[in-house]
Design a protein around this ligand. Structure first.
Ligand code: HEM
Ligand code: SF4
Length: 574
């Protein structure tokens, strides 16, 4: 640890409200990259500078620059898109990106492979359908998530309204995005006037993530996020207020025990009228109290671990001028998506499709991107990206339902039979993510096929078991909240975690390290066998692995690393 502010803090401070030298760097034709400081700033504009890691060896051999390109993450509060917006994103993916779209675990779309000279055209096309990528990455409030299907009830409508209100309120005020990407004029003499009333010059110490959940669905994985609101309804289904959660976060570093994932805690209850004030107060407390020296200790979860929830709550109440009430009772049942048709309040149907790991593309035998384009062209009800990397075709009138279902079925977009696959997520990892230590998106589907054979042998094929994989411990697919979590350790090697709760409230625990493909199968097969033989009625896989003594139940925060007993230990439950 150091007493110095982190390098990123100095970059933000000197950036003139996120401008840096980005505008000049874009004009620099000699390289496909941008300078290092700007690469940090461009994240606040929703982009990551990446290179195709598959091509690295060949390009090094030929003494060529890395194959640089940008990932663009769109800002889509609640994952709600019109059909026209879907079509526009599909078009830019094909015109300027690598041809595919990636639905993410935080309800947005990522486009990969956009080269520097196409960035502006891409962002203009996105702007033309009233979307943008402002603050989709970076040390700032990111995309606000919301339980899907706001049309379903009054509570859902209130949830998306809250998600949008918080999202708008926490947007940065700097005009840098418009200036740089959309050729907006820089207002002469107005430079000093840019004031970020909430963030100031240096924005947040680290990323900040907000979600809104409507029980019994915890599809947004509320406990994985810095700040959350749980809808509390009265007997008639109307919102009486919100439980406020704080202090969740997934990222950690292998081998560094003072970094850890953490589940958020319920801090109190507030009325709808106070929600935005509370959100702002939580943000400013973290803005002022968060660690700006050590980026690995800079999320709200560490502030809460270090200072305690009571101290943070009092300060939030003081700043908001709101006294939080006693949390109301609530019950979550799962973090998964409800596949197939659900009927909306107005009689129209919503069809939840399965998109493997969120990758929308056409491959031999499954022209999924084309199928979704066809649906978007014929259908006016819009789409919802789910927090599980899936897609809802929303608001389908009865007359169109058979045709849309047929198109989806033919493209292989209906939910698979395997309970494991239905509940699977993988982060992007290779070849685009510079932080990946191992494959994830390109490997998990095959691993699931192999695991499905074992599950079938034990009669468990249809059981819902949550499995999530990431290529590194940053945890973009929230692996520490999966009943089976796999986290990349090195090429072809994974750490295996077991024992998370199906409703997303308890993390898992390390069970075996450095497993290769055969090792994963060998480690899990006996656990599946025991589950089939010994489970109690209705007992979830994650709960079973604890009761049966495979892993200890994980405590929160620092406790994540405690009581780890590596395979093959199996301690009988007392
Ligand atoms: C703590 C450090 C983290 C870092 C440095 C980090 C960095 C990155 C990078 C570089 C990518 C781009 C990968 C690509 O598209 O090629 C990515 C993807 C993504 N990250 Fe993170 N990430 C972190 C943690 C998290 C966490 C905890 C979450 C969510 C709870 C998250 C959510 C996402 C999402 C939604 C994507 C898009 C792909 C997907 O759906 O998996 N990230 N992250
Ligand atoms: S978990 Fe790691 S490997 Fe996967 S996308 Fe996130 S940063 Fe990249």
């Amino acid at each position: 640890m150091t007493d110095e502010l982190s390098r990123n803090e100095r970059i933000k401070e000197a950036s003139d409200y996120l401008r840096g030298t980005l505008a000049d760097g874009l004009r620099e034709e000699i390289t496909g990259a941008i300078i290092e400081d700007d690469a940090q700033l461009v994240k606040f504009h929703g982009m990551y500078l990446q290179d195709d890691r598959d091509l690295r060896p060949e390009r090094t051999r030929k003494k060529m620059e890395k194959a640089f390109a940008f990932m663009i993450r769109v800002r889509i509060p609640g994952g709600v898109l019109t059909s026209q917006q879907w079509l526009a994103l599909d078009q830019v993916a094909r015109d300027y990106g690598n041809g595919t779209m990636r639905l993410t675990t935080r309800q947005t779309v990522q486009l990969h492979g956009v080269i520097k000279s196409n960035l502006k055209a891409t962002l203009k096309a996105i702007d033309a359908v009233l979307l943008n990528s402002i603050a989709a990455c970076g040390d700032i409030n990111r995309n606000v998530m919301c339980n899907v299907l706001p049309e379903q009830s009054a509570a859902h409508a209130a949830a998306i309204a809250l998600a949008r209100a918080v999202s708008d309120h926490l947007l940065p005020h700097t005009p840098a995005y418009r200036e740089i990407w959309l050729d907006g004029e820089r207002i002469a003499g107005g430079e000093q006037e840019v004031i970020e009333p909430i963030y100031g010059k240096t924005y947040m110490p680290r990323k900040f993530k907000v979600v809104v959940a409507v029980p019994p669905s915890n599809d947004v994985d509320i406990f994985a996020h810095d700040l959350g609101f749980i809808a509390i309804t009265d007997g008639a289904g109307n919102i009486s207020g919100w439980n406020v959660t704080v202090g969740g976060g997934m990222g950690m570093t292998h081998g560094e025990l003072d970094t850890y994932p953490r589940v958020g805690e319920v801090m109190g209850f507030c009325k709808t009228a106070d929600t935005v004030k509370i959100a702002e107060a939580v943000v400013t407390v973290q803005r002022d109290w968060g660690d700006r020296k050590n980026r690995k200790h800079a999320r709200l979860k560490y502030t809460i671990e270090d200072r305690g929830l009571d101290v943070v709550r009092s300060e939030v109440e003081r700043r908001a001028g709101v006294k939080l009430g006693t949390p109301a009772n609530y019950k979550f049942t799962s973090t998964g998506d409800r596949y197939g048709w659900t009927e909306g309040a107005d009689g129209r149907g919503h069809l939840t499709l399965f998109v493997q790991n969120g990758r929308v593309r056409d491959v031999a035998g499954a022209a999924q991107q084309s199928a979704l384009r066809t649906i978007a062209q014929m259908h006016e009800g819009g789409f919802r990206i789910t927090p599980n990397q899936n897609l809802v075709v929303a608001n389908v009138p009865t007359s169109q339902q058979p045709e849309i279902e047929r198109i989806a079925r033919e493209a292989g977009l209906l939910a698979p039979w395997s309970g494991l696959r239905r509940n699977s997520m993988a982060c992007v990892a290779l070849p685009t993510c510079g932080l990946a230590l191992a494959e994830s998106e390109r490997y998990l589907p095959d691993l699931i096929s192999a695991l499905d054979e074992r599950l079938a042998a034990h009669g468990l094929s249809a059981d819902d078991i949550v499995i999530r994989m990431t290529g590194c411990p940053n945890g973009c697919a929230r692996p520490y909240l999966a009943e089976v979590g796999l986290v990349g350790k090195g090429p072809g090697r994974y750490n295996l975690y077991l024992g998370a709760a199906f409703d997303g409230a308890r993390m898992n625990k390390l069970y075996a390290e450095d497993l290769d493909h055969a090792g994963i199968l060998a480690a899990l097969d006996p656990v599946f066998a025991a589950y089939a033989a010994e489970r109690e009625k209705g007992e979830r896989f994650g709960d079973f692995t604890i009761r049966a003594g495979f892993v200890a139940a994980s405590g929160n925060g620092r406790e994540f690393h405690a009581a780890v007993r590596l395979l093959p230990a199996r301690v009988p439950h007392p």
